[in-house]
Design a protein around this ligand. Structure first.
Ligand code: GRF
Length: 195
């Protein structure tokens, strides 16, 4: 992979990778930003096939390594990134990594935080809880990452209406559409605002 003076992103993902795909599409051939690595804790994650199709290097880091008190990303990957982008990453980010990348780790969450966030609120559990609570709207939140799940500074929220007939699956589709539309442009403006 060509190393340039572009801003360097690492995407961390544990699952399907539809957000990773939309980010890779957005920055493919971008003049100032480049995705340089996909990092996963899950060797069976769908996102790894997406990385392969875009010829992006992948790194599998098992959960127990992330959870080790001495965790250092540089033990696995020597690149110094400008930004770490979490896209469906299901492991708590270690304090050592937050210290190494202060205000340089973004996450996307499939609800309007602080509603329906925190431990256990991931994937379909979020949408099930939103429907069960008979909410009229839901949406997505992009935020900075700190040491508590889903509690860092909110950078962007977008909402969608919930119809009485919506199932958790249908709601998940609506929210993913918002995620795919807004995550990559937010990453771009966040990175380029730094100059
Ligand atoms: C998204 O809903 C995102 O908000 C959450 O995990 C899901 C990841 O989906 N953090 P995908 O793997 O990008 O399809």
């Amino acid at each position: 992979m060509e190393i340039t003076n572009k801003k360097k992103i690492a995407i961390f993902a544990s699952g399907n990778g539809s957000n990773a795909l939309s980010i890779l599409r957005y920055f493919h051939s971008h003049s100032r930003v480049q995705v340089l690595a996909i990092i996963s804790n899950n060797e069976n994650a769908g996102v790894l096939n997406i990385a392969k199709s875009y010829q992006i290097p992948t790194y599998i880091i098992p959960r127990k390594e992330f959870e080790a008190p001495s965790f250092k990303l540089t033990d696995f990957c020597s690149t110094k990134f400008d930004l770490i982008v979490l896209a469906g990453f299901l492991v708590l980010i270690p304090a050592t990594l937050i210290a190494q990348y202060p205000n340089k780790i973004l996450n996307i969450h499939p609800s309007l935080l602080p509603r329906f966030g925190g431990a256990g609120m991931y994937g379909k559990h979020v949408h099930q809880a939103v429907i069960r609570a008979a909410e009229q709207e839901s949406g997505m939140t992009i935020h900075l990452v700190n040491e508590d799940f889903d509690k860092g500074k909110i950078l962007l929220q977008k909402s969608c209406k919930i119809e009485a007939t919506d199932t958790p699956e249908r709601l998940s589709e609506k929210v993913l559409l918002l995620e795919h539309q807004y995550y990559a442009p937010l990453i771009e403006s966040f990175l380029l605002a730094e100059g």
